[in-house]
Design a protein around this ligand. Sequence first.
Ligand code: NAD
Ligand code: MG
Length: 305
Amino acid sequence: MSDESQSRPVNNQYEMRDPLTQYPRPPFPEQPQPAPGLDAKMVPEPDHGEKSYQGFGRLKGRKALITGGDSGIGRAVAIAYAREGADVAIGYLPSEEEDAQEVIKLIEAAGVKALALPGDLKDEAFCTGLIEKTVEAFGGLDILVSNAAKQVFQESIADITTQQFDETFKTNVYALFWLTKAAIPHLKPGSTIITTTSINATQPSETLLDYATTKAAIAAYTEALSGQLAEKGIRANAVAPGPFWTALQPSGGQSQENLKKFGEQVPLGRPGQPAEVASLYVLLASQESSYITGGLFPITGGKLM
Ligand code: NAD
Ligand code: MG
């Protein structure tokens, strides 16, 4: 393991702890960085379970694709899936190669296959290619995690350009349509699709007009798709995070002012760490959740949805 990962918080995932003090609480330092943000630049460093996630073969032999698997929630899911025995492909933007390579090393260290797929989800052909390349490399696809997103805060509708609106919808909604459409012909009974919506789907932040609208669309899309897929034995569920300590936030997802108090507004009084959501994605991908489909799962530090 690199020196960097040595400095990540250490904790045993099964040790009983006080969730109030388990992880850093606000205030946080200002730390602007351009989008897409890099995990490598975050202070304090997020915890993706590098030193804590322990697998038990819950996904042994499965083949997974995770968009945005380089950083944040996607990285934590990639680590957990690999340690549970799945081969893991990650999609990410070319400028995120540094973060992605760190994840590829962690997947390989778990003794499973890793596949790095850089490119832009706003392009339909890239989305289709992500599915085809994963199927080709792993010999199939059993788990699709649609997790990548664009989030740019703006105080007023007057500041949202058509380009921003278009890119947010292409990344968050169109890509989900293109990915699922290409994936479904490859999915066997028992396969699962997991989408990432947000608390913004039902409690939209006024400074995230376009983003919140895409997150509501993802929630509806997942519910409708789950109905279509049931007769094929394929399940689809949506995860709805509240505030999570990821590179999405300092890179334009929030104002620096809001970042300083990020997570303060939820009952637990702090942001979640990516490591704290990974086990939910494992549950929804594994056979343990065989009767769960069409669900929406808030993971918000206690803020009600
Ligand atoms: P993140 O920045 O670490 O991950 C988002 C990823 O999206 C990036 O790593 C990037 O690889 C990918 N991406 C963005 N645009 C892309 C494009 N055009 N082509 C290919 N990839 C692209 O941040 P995160 O917080 O881990 O985000 C993961 C998911 O969690 C997102 O769907 C986000 O909306 C959701 N979410 C996050 C929070 C939070 O507070 N962090 C809250 C609610 C929901
Ligand atoms: Mg990233």
